[in-house]
Design a binder for this molecule. Structure first.
Ligand SMILES: [Mn+2]
Length: 479
């Protein structure tokens, strides 16, 4: 699945041969470098506390957490590397192929590929890891200073073997190196997901940053909606992607830029449709920050800046259901309480609109007919993964209760498919979702994305203000 740097293809078929004389010549004549060590990263003390908690949960055991390596996109080109979530949470490192090992005494070591600087011909021959091809990579000493963890060269990992618990699914080579049992490894994965349910203050700050950058991205998109009308939904995807790459690491997931009836397709990411005046456009987009925490925000906007009465009616119903869900989000409540609160409001609204005969019977456990129009749940955990804590046990997550420090989405929606004969003709093709990211507090929740307008009046005023701005380029943040 992954190659170690030593095994990586050093050359591509179109590379010219390299005579020994050239290699020799390339290896000499470079000015010496002074390496100054970086200061400790703000995240390092938090990562260290997480590693300690992990070691305490599995005392006397060896725990192995690989980050994974490059994945091929085509032939010899790779996707941009994204560290494994569990690894990033515990080590804070973004280096490919690295492996965190916690030994039986509870001590942590980060195994990392040494930098291929000018001390080795690989700097010039290795197009995947060589400094001349991909730029300098951190030395073991620099990584150790930055992350506050002991580092060793990756090849030393091969000397380890024997019983361990391994985080699977990232690096098949590492999995085969150790003697691990599936059941034990699953237990490790479950713990690492449940450990991330409650976010520490550093994580909440990272999530707030990702949300703030996301809000800037939404503002960029509104300013540029006229260009999207002249082209396609791709203009929106591109504009938001620009902000994501400048303010953060990337988008946290494929942006959903769904104009008109595409809004009824939950994960519309082709984004190649027309954007028409008079339609709504559903935008589900999130910036992944520099430390990989991601926002997950949705707004449904009138392309020309003003809701039609029918669009406003549907939008307002979803807004009210979201308000009910946010009000139900507090410590000790069922994880599903916000969902239930939203569904009740939606079903009652659908009854008023004549779409459901009876909200009460549609909401009954053995019926749930309202779900034809609401389609999905209202919340999921949010963090390093957009659908965070995915291996947590049900009783700790969807069948558990909310606790202070949980960060989750609140995202009700209504979707009237364009060919749905059970809804009035003038509603068909309308899809609305409103999604915010909240942190559960001592007595309720705080909306991290509250600065992005939600109420229909505020949405219209906000859009009109942005469109009146005339800017050479979008506002830039200090970096
Ligand atoms: Mn979401």
């Amino acid at each position: 699945m992954t190659e170690t740097p030593q095994e990586a293809t050093a050359a591509a078929t179109h590379d010219p041969d390299r005579p020994a004389a050239l290699l020799e010549f390339m290896s000499t004549g470079w000015a010496p470098r002074e390496e100054s060590l970086p200061a400790a990263a703000p995240a390092s003390s938090y990562c260290s506390a997480r590693r300690r908690a992990l070691a305490e949960r599995f005392p006397g055991e060896v725990l192995v957490v690989p980050t994974g390596g490059y994945k091929t996109r085509a032939n010899d080109t790779e996707f941009r590397f994204r560290p494994g979530t569990e690894f990033a949470y515990l080590a804070g490192s973004h280096e490919p192929d690295a492996v965190l090992v916690i030994d039986a005494k509870g001590d942590a070591v980060l195994y990392q590929a040494p930098s291929m600087d000018r001390s080795t011909p690989s700097f010039f021959t290795d197009r995947m890891y060589g400094e001349l091809w991909v730029g300098p990579r951190p030395t073991l000493a620099a990584t150790s200073a930055l992350l506050g963890i002991e580092t060793r060269p990756l090849e030393e990992l091969d000397k380890l073997s024997g019983k361990a618990r391994v985080v699977r699914g990232f690096d098949a080579r590492i999995e085969s190196l150790f003697d691990s049992e599936e059941e034990n490894d699953t237990e490790l994965a479950v713990f690492l997901s449940e450990q991330r349910l409650v976010k520490d203050e550093h994580e909440v700050a990272q999530l707030q940053e990702a949300v703030d950058a996301t809000i800037l991205g939404f503002e960029d998109v509104v300013r540029q909606l006229p260009a999207a009308v002249q082209t396609t939904e791709r203009w929106i995807e591109g504009v938001f992607g620009l902000r994501a790459r400048v303010e953060g690491n990337d988008v946290g997931y494929g942006s959903i830029c769904a104009a008109g009836t595409h809004a009824c397709i939950l994960h519309w990411t082709d984004n190649d449709g027309e954007v028409r005046e008079g339609d709504l456009v559903l935008l589900d987009m999130g910036v992944e920050g520099h430390e990989l925490y991601t926002a997950d925000v949705t707004r449904t906007l009138p392309v020309n800046g003003t809701f039609t009465p029918r669009q406003r009616e549907v939008y307002t119903l979803v807004y009210e259901s979201q308000e009910a869900a946010i009000a139900a989000c507090k410590p000790g409540a069922d994880f599903l309480d916000p969902h239930r609160a939203a569904m009740k409001v939606l079903a009652e609204g659908l009854e008023r609109m004549g779409i459901l005969e009876s909200a009460e019977s549609a909401l009954a456990e053995d019926s749930q007919l309202y779900r034809r129009y609401t389609l999905h749940g209202v919340s999921h955990m949010l963090g390093l993964d957009v659908h965070d804590c995915a291996h947590a046990r049900k009783e700790m997550y969807t069948k558990g209760t909310l606790a202070e420090g949980y960060v989750l989405t609140i995202e009700p929606g209504l979707y009237f498919q364009p060919d749905d004969l059970t809804v009035p003709a003038d509603l068909r093709g309308i899809g609305v979702r409103i999604e915010d990211d909240v942190v559960v507090t001592k007595d309720g929740c705080r909306n991290l994305s509250a600065a992005l307008p939600r109420h229909p009046d505020e949405v219209e005023a906000w859009m009109s203000g942005l469109r009146e701005e005339s800017l050479d380029h979008p506002p830039l943040r200090e970096h």
